[in-house]
Design a protein around this ligand. Structure first.
Ligand SMILES: [Zn+2]
Length: 212
């Protein structure tokens, strides 16, 4: 489902360099993104699928989960995908001070840099909650938040069939950043059915650019 008009208006007033909602549409590019992993079972299945369809994606990993899955992190990077920063503990940022939010981000940046050798990563706060102090901080330091234009709602749906049906009725268009999750089997199951069709229709799946 596309994000609501009201939310789009709020997101629309923020500059793209602070909050990225869409990716470059050139070459009919679409951007798959997966939050809340890595998961020892579901993430490898998804990586197999992406490799089979020559698709790249962005994985917004939770730092404390990533710590226990170094081989998976290596694989994500080796296969041309982007590592994104989805905080360390996945605690809602609205309940944290700015110092705590920044600490969550810094700890995960440091962890991820061991794998991709990049000091900074695109940030997507847990549940997509944007706090004003963090936005102002990011504006000050020149960092940006990686949001999405298309919420698959995979975390609300009961079955891969329901998810595939929703995505089939409203396929992503060029430039869309599609929000999905790799902590369940749903995304891989639905994409296994849809990726071949979307590719036939000309979609090229790219990873979001890293920050630095
Ligand atoms: Zn999350």
């Amino acid at each position: 489902m596309k994000i609501s008009l009201k939310k789009r208006l709020v997101l629309g007033v923020l500059p793209d360099r602070l909050l990225q909602v869409r990716g470059p549409a050139d070459g009919h590019a679409c951007y798959l993104s997966f939050d809340d992993g890595p998961h020892p079972e579901h993430t490898p299945r998804l990586l197999d699928l992406l490799a089979a369809h020559d698709a790249r994606a962005s994985f917004f990993v939770v730092g404390k989960l990533a710590e226990g899955q170094p081989r998976l992190l290596e694989r994500i990077v080796a296969e041309g995908h982007t590592l994104g920063n989805h905080s360390y503990n996945h605690r809602g940022f609205a309940a944290l001070s700015l110092a705590e939010q920044v600490a969550e981000i810094r700890r995960t940046d440091e962890l991820l840099s061991e794998f991709d050798r990049r000091p900074l990563h695109r940030v997507r706060p847990p549940q997509g909650h944007l706090t004003v102090p963090l936005l102002l901080h990011f504006l000050r330091v020149g960092r940006s938040i990686a949001y999405w234009s298309y919420d698959s709602l995979d975390y609300q749906l009961q079955s891969a069939d329901a998810l595939a049906g929703r995505l089939r009725r409203q396929p992503p268009v060029a430039g869309d950043i599609l929000l999905m999750h790799d902590d369940s089997a749903l995304a891989a199951a639905a994409l296994g059915e849809l990726l071949p069709t979307w590719r036939e229709h000309g979609c090229v799946f790219r990873a979001l650019r890293t920050e630095a």
